[in-house]
Ligand binder design. Structure first.
Ligand SMILES: N[C@@H](CCC(=O)N[C@@H](CS)C(=O)NCC(=O)O)C(=O)O
Length: 200
């Protein structure tokens, strides 16, 4: 489908989107799609909208199939379960490295280290091991065919590679990302949208 990309640059200090994005959607977060007068926010909802409206049955397993159930699960899991510990990692790493008066620095580092060690790292490992195990069952998350759930899952897996400790020690997950990003459609989108870098 033809489309236009509108870029909103983050404020480099706060890392938040500019207020102008709130004119498109009250939360002012990306991604947002505007199509035919409708504005759709929340990446999972955007994916479902595009698949339903323009997919013609592609990128989604047939209704009622076991693959469809898995598809729905991964579509929600990506933002609902995989992203929260990755976001916490980003925030706590930033807190740990941001400037602070020297006398409170050891306390801040101590708290960050404790939260990372007792909660964030174990949660990330739990999720990464789980995803690695699931990819041993089929070529893609919902089954042997690539679906829109893999598109949605590619973001947390990419974030896990950037900041969550995903390396080649989890070969199936590592290869999942490589395979997803080698697809001509991904390359075309990247060419269109331009290079990007995930915060780490
Ligand atoms: N759960 C939402 C997350 C949206 C979100 O937080 N987007 C980030 C970019 S990945 C954002 O817009 N951050 C800027 C801000 O919060 O101002 C989704 O899946 O769309």
């Amino acid at each position: 489908m033809p489309y236009e990309v509108v870029r909103y640059e983050r404020d480099p200090a706060t890392m938040l989107a500019p207020p102008s994005l709130r004119k498109i959607h009250p939360l002012g977060k990306s991604p947002v799609v505007t199509d035919d007068g409708d504005t759709v926010a929340e990446s999972g909802a955007v994916v479902e909208y595009l698949v339903e409206r323009y997919g013609n049955g592609r990128l989604v397993p047939p209704r009622g199939s076991p693959e469809r159930q898995r598809y729905t699960y991964w579509l929600h899991y990506a933002e609902g379960s995989a992203m929260p510990p990755l976001l916490l990692k980003l925030i706590f790493d930033r807190i740990g490295s941001s400037p602070s008066p020297f006398f409170v620095r050891p306390i801040i580092r101590g708290i960050v280290g404790k939260v990372n060690g007792t909660f964030i790292r174990p949660q990330l490992d739990l999720h990464l091991d789980y995803m690695e195990g699931e990819l041993a069952k089929s070529a893609w998350f919902a089954g042997d065919d690539f679906t829109a759930a893999d598109i949605q899952m590619s973001f947390p897996v990419e974030a896990a590679r950037a900041r969550g400790g995903l390396d080649q020690g989890r070969p199936k997950l590592w290869r999942f990302l490589e395979r997803a990003q080698q697809r001509p459609a991904y390359r075309a989108a990247l060419e269109r949208g331009g290079p990007y870098q995930l915060a780490s």
